[in-house]
Design a protein around this ligand. Structure first.
Ligand SMILES: O=C(O)[C@H](O)[C@@H](O)[C@H](O)[C@H](O)COP(=O)(O)O
Length: 221
């Protein structure tokens, strides 16, 4: 794990947006199109605002979510709504959003095939909860063992152990670990302590640990 700390969140968001824009541009020199996977949640919005203004060929960027809450796309807690409002705007409105929500049970195979066509992920941005979950890989989730397995399906349904949270969809650890470049974006002392703790734990205890070996963690107070 490589940890980068910043004096304040605003500087971190701008710097990370510039870094990811550069990584996307470099990848576009070598590939006809690239895939960018981003999280939902309350942290990445300001970074999305900055990244959406980046001057790159967004028409060749495929944007996907690391996970999604099983709510309508216009619901306040929808990650798709967050991405459409804060990232897929301005220059980045030219990007292709790859929606990974099976509408019916029969649709799972098509959605997984749509995801598999985007792999390996070119640039992966993840968040992390204080409980050391990432994407929707929650400690204690009944499906976590399967989602951490080497032969896990690329996309899985997850039942968060916290009863207040909606049922989720998540990219499996296998897919996240396969990313060419991985960034984790966190703020605050509690998450800083959590990510340090996760370095010494198994992915089953701390799902973020599945990607820390290859990730750059960006932290601001
Ligand atoms: O759907 C989500 O919420 C995210 O994909 C999730 O993995 C998020 O990154 C963490 O829960 C941190 O969330 P905050 O940024 O709100 O702390």
């Amino acid at each position: 794990m490589h940890l980068e700390t910043y004096p304040d969140s605003e500087m971190m968001m701008m710097d990370l947006a510039n870094r990811i824009a550069g990584e996307l541009k470099n990848s576009l020199f070598e590939h006809p199109w690239v895939s960018l996977v981003v999280p939902g949640g309350t942290t990445p919005g300001p970074m999305f605002d900055a990244l959406s203004a980046a001057d790159l060929d967004w028409s060749r960027v495929h944007v996907l979510l690391s996970d999604e809450r099983r709510v309508p796309a216009d619901h306040p807690r929808s990650n798709e709504r967050l991405v459409r409002e804060r990232l897929l705007t301005g220059r980045a409105s030219a990007a292709k959003f790859v929606r990974l929500v099976p509408e019916t049970d029969a649709d799972w195979a098509n959605v997984r095939a749509r995801l598999d066509a985007e792999l390996p992920i070119s640039v992966l941005l993840l968040g992390m909860g204080a409980d050391m979950h990432t994407a929707s890989l929650f400690p204690g989730a009944p499906e976590l063992g399967d989602a951490l397995a080497q032969n896990a399906p690329s996309l899985m349904a997850i039942t968060p152990p916290d009863g207040d949270l909606e049922p989720r969809l998540t990219l499996s650890a296998r897919v996240l670990k396969g990313a060419m470049t991985t960034h984790v974006l966190i703020t605050g002392d509690e998450k800083r302590a959590s990510v340090e703790r996760a370095r010494k734990l198994s992915p089953k205890e701390a799902p973020i640990a599945a990607v820390l070996g290859s990730a750059t963690v960006h932290w601001a107070p």
